[in-house]
Design a protein around this ligand. Structure first.
Ligand code: ZN
Ligand code: ZN
Length: 218
């Protein structure tokens, strides 16, 4: 292959990958992430990262692609029971809407942002909660409880938030972070909706009563 042809292919590839630079609407200058030179050119996908030249965004793409466009991604609010804080709070989890076409019929699902989830949980295990307490009234929406798959074995610290909420009366020694989202619809699915602080009540009952790994009255 001639050098010219190779160059042409590289340019086409760069255009396809949409890693171009665009001047911002207002002229702000910031240091180029690659070399520190002041520049007003920013990544045209996220408009957040400054680069002096296509060469420098290309060189940094392996790092930048992880955060690029994250600002524009849709987010769900999950209820976090933090491992080392006294109170639950809402956290934003970016996600992508996808469709699984491997099964008998196309199934939509939400792929939660892996770097964000990975910082919060080690591994992923889920439980479904559909009642207020094990014999209580049916909730309007099911809750999906997400936690580290080996939290009892991987050296995770006890979950202070859950210990506080239950006054220490928790049959399962919850450790590590625990995240809660609402499930969309009544049948099992992996499309989620944002949780709210109102879900703390049902979760407190769950943490007080849940004692084995048998599916929880769903
Ligand atoms: Zn530069
Ligand atoms: Zn970007």
């Amino acid at each position: 292959m001639s050098l010219d042809l190779l160059l042409l292919l590289l340019i086409i590839l760069a255009i396809l990958l949409n890693k171009s630079l665009t001047p911002p609407p207002r002229t702000t200058s910031k240091p180029c992430i690659g070399c520190g030179k002041l520049t007003s050119l920013r990544c045209s996908r996220c408009h957040e990262a400054y680069y002096c030249s296509p060469a420098h965004i290309n060189a940094d793409w392996i790092n930048h692609k992880i955060t690029c466009r994250k600002a524009n991604r849709p987010v769900l609010e999950a209820l976090l029971f933090p491992v080392d804080e006294p109170a639950p709070r809402l956290v934003k989890i970016p996600y992508l809407s996808k469709v699984d076409t491997d099964g008998l019929q196309p199934t939509p699902y939400h792929e939660l942002d892996v770097p964000t989830m990975g910082r919060l949980l080690r591994g992923l295990e889920m439980k479904y909660v559909s009642r207020l307490g094990s014999h209580g009234s049916q909730l309007d929406h099911a809750l999906v409880v997400m936690y580290g798959s080996d939290f009892q074995l991987d050296g995770s610290a006890q979950n202070e938030c859950i210990a506080g909420l239950t006054g220490g009366r928790m049959p399962i020694p919850w450790a590590g972070n625990v995240l809660v989202l609402r499930q969309k619809g009544r049948l099992y699915s992996e499309t989620w909706e944002s949780a709210t602080m109102e879900d703390v009540a049902a979760m407190s009952r769950f943490f007080e009563e849940y004692r084995d790994f048998v599916p929880y009255a769903f």
